[in-house]
Structure formats: C-alpha cells, structure tokens
Design a protein around this ligand. Sequence first.
Ligand SMILES: Cc1cc2nc3c(=O)[nH]c(=O)nc-3n(C[C@H](O)[C@H](O)[C@H](O)COP(=O)(O)OP(=O)(O)OC[C@H]3O[C@@H](n4cnc5c(N)ncnc54)[C@H](O)[C@@H]3O)c2cc1C
Length: 420
Amino acid sequence: MNFDVIIIGAGVTGAAIARELSHYRLKVLLLEKEACPAFGVSKSAVGIIESGVQNTPGSLKGKLCVEGNRILREELDRELSLGFKRRGQLITSFSEADTERLKIIKFEGEALGIPGAEIVGRDWMDEKEPGLSAEVKAALFCPTAGTVNPYIFILSLLESALANGAELKVDSKVSGVRRCSDGLFEVSAGRIKYLSRFIVNAAGFFADEISALAGIKDFKIARLTGEGYVLDGKPGCAVKSILSRLPSGDPGEATVAETSEGRISVGPGAWHKADEEDPAAAERRKEEILRAAGRLFPSLSEKGVNVSFSCPRPECGDDFIVLYGDNVPGFINVAGLRSSGLTAAPAVAVKVRKILGSHGLDMNLRNNFISLSAVSPCDFKILSEENPKGADGCAVRRGGTVPARAEEDAWPARELLKAA
Ligand SMILES: Cc1cc2nc3c(=O)[nH]c(=O)nc-3n(C[C@H](O)[C@H](O)[C@H](O)COP(=O)(O)OP(=O)(O)OC[C@H]3O[C@@H](n4cnc5c(N)ncnc54)[C@H](O)[C@@H]3O)c2cc1C
C-alpha cells in the first residue's frame, strides 16, 4: 500500500496534521498503536485552549500556541462545531512585586502576538470573578483562552480527515521504518507493511523510539508526572476564567478551571518523576495543590475530590520539536509537546504542511472538501486492519459511545462515560 504521507500517532497532534493534509489531494495514512485514537497523553488533557501567555518570547511553543488558539477560535470552532467556551485566562498576583512581574509577562505575551491582554485590578475582579480571594492584588487577563471537550476536538479532527480521504488504522503499532532502494519508506505495523514518501512522527511518549527507527537519535523523551483533581459537585463559586497564580516555585501551584463538562478541574501541580512516587508524598502533594486552589477561591476549600488522576507528559528539552530530518530526507519529527499540545496542534499541523510542501510534496487543494456537518458519526472500532471486528473500545462523535478502554487515570473519559 502506497501513501504520500504516513503519520505515526493519533493523538491531537497526528489528528490535526491528518486533517490539515486532507485539504489536499494526497494519500495520507494515520497509524495508531492503541485500539482508539487519543489514548496517549491527549487523553489526560483538561481541554484548556490557552492564550499562549507565559511562553518564552521567540520560542516555537509560544508561537504555535498563539497561532493554534487563533485557528481554533476563528476557524475550527465553527467548522467542527466544537462549542469552544471563551473564558479568558487570569494570572493572579498576591503582591506588588508580582504585579510588576505580570507587566513583563504581558509585554512578552504581546511580543508573541497575544491580543487584548490587560492588567486588571480589584474592581474588575470583583465584578467579573467575584469568588476570587480578597488576597489577590491584581491579575493579567488574556481574553482569548477558553475550553473545549478534548475528545470531541480530537475525534472531530479525525472524522473530518477521514471524510476527506485520509485513512486511519488503529491497533497498528509501528515497529519498523526502513528506506527502500526506490527512496520510499517502508513502515511495519503488526504484520502489515506500508510504503510512503514522507513520514510524520507524532508518537508522543514514543517519538524518540520511532525517530531512532529512522536513524535520528538526537533527542530522548523523559516521563514526568503531576497530579490533577476534579472536584465534587457543580462550581458553586462560579469560576469563570481559567485561573492560575504567578509561578513562585511553590509545589502546590495549580490551574483552576471549569471544564467544558461544567466541573472544576484543579492541577496539575509540580512535575516529578513517576518512579519517585510514594503514597505519603502523593497525599502531601494533593493537600498542597488543593490548598493552593483554596487560596485562589476560598469556597473551593469546602469541596471534596471526585476524581484524582496522575498525568504523565513527555519532556524533551525546553521547546517543541517540529523538524525535517535533513539527514533522513522525508522524515519529520513532531515531539516534546509536553504541555499546551491541545492548543498548539492546529498550528503545528500548518507548520508540518508547509515543511512537506517545501520538500517537494505537491500541494494541490481538493476542490470538494467535505464539511464535517455533512458526515455521519464515525465508528472508530472498524478501523483496525488486524482486528476488523473492532476492539471493545470504540468512539463516535457527539452523543454516542465514548472510549470504553479509558484507563483509570483518564478522567475526561470517565466523566464522559458517566454521562453517556
Ligand atoms: C494532565 C494533562 C493535562 C493537559 N491539559 C492540557 C490542556 O488543557 N490544554 C492543552 O493545550 N494541553 C494540555 N495538555 C498537554 C496535551 O495534552 C499534550 O501536549 C498533547 O496531548 C500531546 O499530544 P500528542 O498527539 O503529541 O501526543 P499523544 O496524545 O501521546 O499521541 C501520540 C500517539 O502516538 C501513539 N503511538 C505511540 N507509539 C506508537 C507506535 N509505535 N505506533 C503507532 N502509534 C504510536 C500513541 O498511542 C498516542 O496515541 C495536558 C497534558 C497533561 C499531561
């Protein structure tokens, strides 16, 4: 089977790339090792579409977050009916000195292209965020941030890609990448071999292993984890924005947000190596994070924890990697999306499309691009080559069955399961 592009990994990054490429007359294949898309890091995402603030000026991550946020708000929300809730992001300061730091962060955010950022004082907060602690002196408000349901986002990207000619094979773990004599790549997944001109490696935690299969060994993925919590009941304190405190080195720092399902999510706190975990330390971290959330919103202190989850992320250096393999032409690494990947994915996809175009892939627009609203919900369980009857995990868009093989720590899936 011959393809123009094989994408390895159907997390949010692979899904966004597949959809972007499906606008063009290309043969695109997405290979996913799990029985269902979005079962890597993407399954833990809270669903915050960040403004892009607090990224280093000039960083690739910063640029891609700001642009990803814009694409989602201005294009994908409408095209995929995502129900993006624009909430704004509020970074709070508890002291005069921190307010001065906020001004620098605002300036850096503006340099990254974040629109509408403003420093707000108590009057603004009392009106817009009345549950916020009286200890908060000022805040930086970035209005473009908001929330989506991460599963609906990822599955809608995929459904749109599939409706426009891309193919997806789940239960298809890539175990080999070989260059053939005619210059094509041969990709082995299970017993099946696929041929392709280009490979995009979007394998999350395993991106270093896939890259090494192709002969590029210049980065290593580390596994860090943190803890997050979904609180009991409805948000009585009406958390309106996505809130965090200016980083101070305090291990209990937490982001507090109302998810698209109307629950309060808190965390994750400080990141640490998973193998250092012990139950007493985990309990301490939980107390620290919940205390930090209570410092922002005193009424949260009274709420219990409904779901706890640990949330690993792939770490490899300070910035995202979106890189064409000059020594392995045709191979593109997209790696190290340890945080903000849900936000950045639409812009990552555009960057990958441009890289492919500049390296000889003909980009002829499809003149009959099918809108998602014209497509029936897709049953992802039928997409496994080796297991055509489908695994017990399946997913359909909006209102149907949701991933049934969600792991214990994948709280969004658990919440959706309860609702289904
Ligand atoms: C707790 C938590 C909350 C987060 N919340 C947010 C948020 O609110 N907003 C935000 O913007 N970002 C958030 N992030 C970050 C975001 O979730 C990640 O940046 C993003 O999901 C990374 O997506 P990915 O597609 O690169 O990786 P993944 O989702 O890990 O996708 C990689 C895929 O590759 C597959 N794969 C691996 N090896 C192979 C192989 N050999 N063959 C075939 N397939 C393979 C995996 O199964 C997986 O499906 C959060 C992260 C965490 C940990």
